[in-house]
Design a protein around this ligand. Structure first.
Ligand code: SAH
Ligand code: AVI
Length: 331
């Protein structure tokens, strides 16, 4: 499907997954019927969840977004000169807020490109696209609506032209290691010749700082976490009582990851209408809602190497808080 959205410089396509994707009903059946209970993090991002993520980025505790923005403002010119993209494909683009720093560099260098944001959160992406074509007179935006876990091999990118694939925010860390390797493997399949990947990853650091970043004092991350239950109530005809769940974020040092959980504060039943079943949840039981892996320079290089990728340039935020990497095929 291709929609015209009022300006010829903004269009959108719904991406058909390259492989069969589990539906929310499938994921709920696999992850919710019995402990250990777990849901994929993509269900956070309905319209409200996407807005909550933006609000998280503005909390004093959530440093990754600011660290990445500061690296982009410092190095965007070098990145654009080095990558010289004709096409910029961004995975999980969200509001494209930080990507603007790359467009500013394109602007200053008079190196225009075509932007292909790819996100499951359609409204956020289309609103961002409309603002981008207004603010950058040379920019065309082709919004790709879909789930990147269904594959990125069949995106409607032109065969010609240099590509820069952008994967920011530390979102690669939301995959488990095998899934991250598989995703990077698919990215390798999109890189030809001098094409590059620009990857942002969060770094391992002091546990207290990490846990605070995922449990801000204003309670926005807690609301983001609980919002997944609202999504389930709406989409699965369920009746989760959000007030029965406490937000918890713990850093597992061995696995180098934040684990976000929803902890039930009491025994209760939850009706899952779409599954025609009721589950019994006991006090203290947890639903794992997200992993957020943190990296060292060695661990990210090893993960990239497993996928046939090598670091071209490594930009680090102060004290190694965050890494922005320009990455190329190792061939
Ligand atoms: N890149 C932005 C947003 C990060 S939030 C930033 O750095 O600020 C993660 C983004 O990935 C959200 O916009 C969410 O909608 C999107 N996302 C999460 N899972 C996805 C999936 N499976 N397929 C496509 N987009 C996904
Ligand atoms: C999108 N992703 C990289 C965020 C993260 O830090 O793992 C999502 C998030 N979850 C809680 N706060 C932010």
């Amino acid at each position: 499907m291709r929609l015209s959205l009022g300006t010829r410089r903004l269009s959108s396509s719904e991406i058909t997954p390259a492989r069969a994707l589990p539906t929310l009903v499938d994921d709920a059946r696999a992850g919710l019927l019995a402990p250990p209970r777990q849901l994929p993090p993509k269900y956070f991002y309905d319209d409200y969840g996407s807005q909550l993520f933006e609000a998280i980025c503005a909390t004093p505790e959530y440093y990754p977004s600011r660290a990445e923005a500061s690296l982009l403002s410092r190095h965007a010119t070098q990145i654009i000169e080095r990558a010289a993209p004709d096409h910029m494909l961004e995975l999980g683009s969200g509001s494209s807020r930080k990507t603007r720093l790359l467009f500013d560099a394109c602007d200053a260098l008079a190196m225009p490109c075509i932007y292909w944001p790819f996100d499951v959160s359609a409204q956020m992406m289309l609103d961002a696209g409309a603002a981008l074509v207004t603010d950058y007179s040379w920019l065309s935006v082709h919004a790709l609506i879909g789930d990147y876990t269904g594959g990125i091999g069949n995106l409607p990118l032109p065969a010609q032209g240099r590509r820069l694939i952008v994967f920011l925010g530390g979102t690669l860390g939301n995959f488990e290691p095998d899934q991250a390797r598989a995703m990077l493997g698919e990215i390798v399949g999109l890189l030809r010749g001098d094409d590059l990947l620009l990857l942002g990853v969060d770094r391992v650091k002091d546990t207290a700082r990490l846990e605070a970043a995922y449990d801000d004092a204003q309670g926005i991350t807690a609301e983001f976490n609980r919002n997944v239950l609202t999504v389930l109530n709406r989409e699965l005809d369920a009746d989760f009582d959000l007030a029965a769940y406490r937000h918890r974020a713990v850093f597992d040092e061995q696995r180098a990851r934040i684990e976000m959980r929803l902890v039930s504060e009491r025994d209760h039943s939850v009706r899952l209408g779409a599954l025609d079943t009721t589950i019994e949840i006991t006090a203290g039981e947890e639903i794992v809602t997200e992993f957020s892996h943190k990296f060292t320079p060695a661990s990210i290089e090893a993960l990239l190497a497993d996928a046939g990728l090598i670091v071209d340039t490594h930009f680090e935020a102060d004290q190694g808080d965050y890494s922005l990497l320009l990455v190329r095929r190792d061939s």
